[in-house]
Design a protein around this ligand. Sequence first.
Ligand code: LMR
Length: 330
Amino acid sequence: MKIVAVSGAAGNIGYNVLGRLADGYVYGDEPIELRLLEVPQAVQALDGVIMELVDHASPRIANIVATDDPEVAFDGAHAALLIGSAPRKDGMTRGDLLEVNAGIFSTQGRVLGQVAHPDCKVVVTGNPANTNALVAAHHAEKEGFNPANITALTRLDHNRLIGQVAQRARVSAGDIAQVAVWGNHSNTQFPDLTFATVGGTPALDVIDRDTWLDTIVPTVATRGGAVIQARGGSSVVSAASATLDHLRDWEQGTDGRWVSMAVPTQALPEEARYGVPAGVVYSYPVTIENGTYTVVPQLELDDLQRERITASANELLDERSTAAGKGHLD
Ligand code: LMR
């Protein structure tokens, strides 16, 4: 049986994640115990979520625990989806959320380090996801937890990039391979088509370079804001789906496919960092086997890629300084 903790379980993304977990999207037929973590004000809404999970009558749900205590939620957890955080509103950057959300992640990182299963796979979806994960990893590591297991969500950007290419090339998303998202889950990210293929043909033979750089890159990088403006609220279905894709592939492997995930650079060998300094949580193309991710090795990068990779790393260094300045990395 797997124990899966979900923070923000009564929030929109959490609510969307739970039904698909119950349907076996990540663990197939293996039973799961759900640990639903919420802030005290949302405990009543959580009651409703539990009623719905009971009514779902999934044979895969062995037990449901609802709590506002991270120690209860994370005790022995094999996976933790850290979704709960204040969401971005129109006009805010994700970095603006650092102050509000970093405190939550220092506590959760510490408690994960103290009580979670030593191999617990942690996915941070709450924004600013990369730096929240950095804060969590810092506090978990102080408790002896492996920081490599604390990752942040850029699969949403990866999926968005695939979606943009699929629409333009009029192919199925399944025909597209080897896209990569580098950097921060923010406007500085670099959605990279240099190595991508569409039905086996180089993507940049199908989509011209100017369309990629002038249209697709900004569309993907600012998609979260566009959804907020159009919907009046941040992405839910795509964010929930990407969170589950991230965990499913980490658990089940990618069979050589590239996926993007943001990982603590201090846990990577230097050659796998592609010039990004140690001490940030940075998105790379990775492959996954037996529960372990590996940054795609030995990619030849041109000047444009290096420049974009460095720009996003610099933004993460700034976010790290802000988090450190507020005492979240002590
Ligand atoms: C997204 O990319 O949709 C989420 O990170 C929400 C946001 O604030 O953009």
